[in-house]
Design a protein around this ligand. Structure first.
Ligand code: SAH
Length: 243
């Protein structure tokens, strides 16, 4: 049976890919992905055919994988982080309905919530939820409801896609929703360019976060009631008794 591997490559550098992902990429004939990610991989995986489609052409990129696999090539589709977390895995299964003879195999990767948390300290060491602020495919009302209910449930909240060229004020809008029920002193943090050149990290309060301008390569963390900034690190306590 023909197979396509859908690979989460982690936040950026090869050292942060799993051994399984590296192994599958080494065996691939063709690697398909967004140009930025292919550039990150091109040095380590020389001699592979690299195919890409521009940003926002995700459907075309998936279809390209199936066409290449039908030619008998070993195809690997790469996504940043984990391919099953705001990645291409589900779209591949949807398009794959028309290709019952091609098996899809998902290889997990380190998602930004996990790699970003490691940079900040230990912010998601209790119940947490991940919310994307991108309203390209999700209505803003749904995003707003998820923010409200996550705050009500005292979850640590991890925000993906906190900003883009067209959505510069979305983080501010999200903070305004959260500030309706959370204290402005709530401990927060964010990391830009995790595992890539120019990693930048900051801790702040929710009130301060509202005023920050972050870019699309940033993951934002909003603590729960038990989160504290300890020696500059963002830490969500588990509840142990520490004297
Ligand atoms: N599949 C990816 C998420 C894609 S959605 C994953 O599992 O990590 C894109 C969002 O992910 C970005 O807007 C940002 O919020 C986050 N992200 C992905 N890679 C990142 C990185 N290297 N540094 C910081 N944030 C990142």
């Amino acid at each position: 049976m023909k197979q396509i591997y859908i690979i989460g490559m982690g936040p950026g550098k090869v050292e942060m890919m799993t051994g399984e992902a590296v192994c599958v990429l080494e065996q691939a004939d063709v690697i398909v992905g967004y140009t930025v990610y292919l550039n990150l991989l091109s040095e380590r995986f020389q001699g592979k055919e690299l195919l890409s489609t521009p940003m926002r052409q995700e459907k075309e990129r998936c279809e390209l994988c199936f066409r290449e696999a039908e030619k008998g090539k070993r195809v690997a589709l790469v996504c940043s982080g984990d391919a099953g977390i705001y990645g291409m895995a589900s779209l591949m299964y949807e398009i794959g309905k028309a290709y019952p003879d091609i098996e899809l195999i998902v290889i997990p990767g380190i998602t930004a919530a996990s790699s970003g948390a490691a940079v900040l300290g230990a912010p998601i060491n209790h119940d947490f939820c991940v919310i994307s602020l991108s309203d390209l495919l999700t209505p803003w009302e749904t995003i707003a409801r998820r923010l409200r209910t996550a705050a009500e449930g005292d979850f640590v909240i991890v925000l993906y896609n906190p900003s883009s060229h067209k959505r510069k004020d979305y983080l501010k809008r999200a903070c305004d929703i959260l500030l309706c029920s959370l204290d402005g002193a709530r401990a927060c943090g964010y990391v830009e360019n995790i595992g890539r050149e120019g990693t930048k990290t900051e801790t702040c309060t929710l009130r301060e976060l509202r005023e920050k301008e972050v870019n699309m390569f940033t993951t934002v963390f909003i603590g729960n009631a038990g989160t504290e900034i300890m020696n500059g690190k963002l830490v969500t306590k588990r509840g142990y008794c520490v004297k």
